[in-house]
Design a protein around this ligand. Structure first.
Ligand code: NAD
Ligand code: DAU
Length: 356
């Protein structure tokens, strides 16, 4: 076994932030397997592209032959599994890709991992880890006064996306229970930060505002999410990979519950300060209430006491400091924005927002 970790989906938002943090902080080599869907962007990784401990491999987690070859030749000591279709609205318009990648892809990855792991020497088998990166959405939706989701909250996914992630979590769990595969699962709340594809709330609002376009708030804007700065999530994942207990799940969150409307207001205020309109009018005039997302979960909140207690992890960024960094990043990276808001992005915007 080599001192190498295999990351799936490392060209996406969280995966790329994870790699950018891993390379300067850790000593193991890292291999990034990514299919480069619309959400995968190698520009996110330009800072490490030529690094001797980093390598990119184009490939699909559904492709078992590709996976088998990688395991045979690379002999990783761990897998950090990010690859997924990740956007709830896309899962509503077309769930097929979500089942294909999130369910079948995770299954194929587990099968090939099991075959590889079974053939390892005893000490390597013990040392090996499969870290499955999942979401708080598998737990369903909370009422305003419900306690936050804990690791023992029953699963109740409500969207095709969250159902596909729940299915993958169950498979990962079963591979530990049945075959003894040394897995750890993390369930994290909403991330935000640099390199997030602008189909998600925060970057979409920043870019629409800058372009003078409407800021489409679904329903009454009172839905609540628990926001975590992406670098804090990546630190949590490194901690869980190093010290998490095999077979356990860990909830990760920011203890930062916010209503969507509050967030859009915060973004407008930051833009008024950092990128004021020529007319002097506030960006908040662009807020537009639109038809709600079908099956829209009302509230997510994470009880993170387990990871705080066992692994001494806590977020370092406040929501206010993280949002300011994020807005500044998008303002300062116009080339990145220009690249990702190409033809296919415009088609998605037209499709998703036409009926709202
Ligand atoms: P993303 O959509 O930005 O990136 C997904 C990446 O996976 C892309 O690079 C894409 O090219 C790649 N990919 C997709 N299908 C693939 C396949 N079949 N084979 C190989 N690569 C493939 O997603 P993200 O926001 O970075 O999320 C990463 C993971 O974290 C996902 O599993 C997601 O469910 C989970 N998660 C996300 C959040 C969040 O707020 N974004 C919160 C909790 C958990
Ligand atoms: O909770 C973790 C999840 O967070 C991750 O598992 C998902 O991969 C990630 O996409 C995210 O899901 P959400 O659906 O919560 O994120 P999104 O940014 O799409 O939406 C956040 C909230 O903002 C949600 O209540 C819907 C609302 N929204 C979103 C968009 C895109 C709007 O009001 N208008 C919009 O245009």
């Amino acid at each position: 076994m080599e001192d190498l970790i295999l990351v799936t989906g490392g060209a996406g938002f969280i995966g790329s932030n994870f790699i950018l943090q891993w390379i300067p902080s850790e000593s193991s080599r890292l291999l990034n397997l990514d299919k480069l869907t619309y959400a995968g962007n190698l520009n996110n990784l330009s800072a490490v592209a030529g690094h001797p401990r980093y390598r990119f491999e184009p490939g699909d987690i559904v492709d078992r032959k590709c996976l088998r070859g990688l395991f045979q030749h690379q002999q990783p000591r761990a897998i950090v599994h990010f690859a997924a279709e990740s956007h709830v609205d896309r899962s509503i318009h077309g769930p097929d890709d979500f089942i294909h990648t999130n369910v079948n892809g995770t299954f194929n990855l587990l099968e090939e991992t099991r075959a590889y792991w079974t053939g390892l020497a005893e000490a390597d088998r013990t040392r090996f880890r499969f870290l499955h990166v999942s979401t708080d959405e598998v737990y369903g939706s909370l009422g305003p006064d419900d306690p936050a989701f804990s690791e023992t909250t029953p699963y109740a996914p409500n969207s095709p996306y969250s159902a596909s992630k729940a299915a993958s979590d169950h498979l990962v769990r079963a591979y530990h229970h049945t075959y003894g595969l040394p897995v750890v699962t993390t369930n994290c709340s909403n991330n935000y930060g640099p390199c997030q594809f602008p189909e998600k709330l925060i970057p979409l609002m920043i870019l629409n505002a800058c372009a003078g376009k409407p800021l489409p708030v679904y329903g009454d804007g009172e839905n609540v999410r628990d926001w975590l700065y992406v670098e804090d999530h990546c630190r949590a994942l490194r901690t869980v990979l190093a010290d998490g207990r095999v077979g356990e799940t860990y909830n990760i969150g920011g203890r930062s519950e916010r209503k969507n409307l509050e967030i859009v207001g915060d973004i407008c205020r930051l833009l008024d300060e950092l990128h004021p309109n020529d007319s002097g009018a506030s960006y908040s005039r662009l807020v537009t209430f639109v038809k709600d997302r079908p099956g829209h979960d009302r509230r997510y909140a994470m009880d993170t006491r387990k990871i705080e207690r066992e692994l001494r992890w806590q977020p370092q960024e406040t929501f206010e400091s993280g949002l300011r960094k994020t807005v500044s990043w998008y303002l300062e990276h116009q080339d990145w924005v220009h690249d990702v808001t190409s033809g296919s992005y415009r088609q998605w915007m037209a499709k998703n927002y036409a009926q709202r």
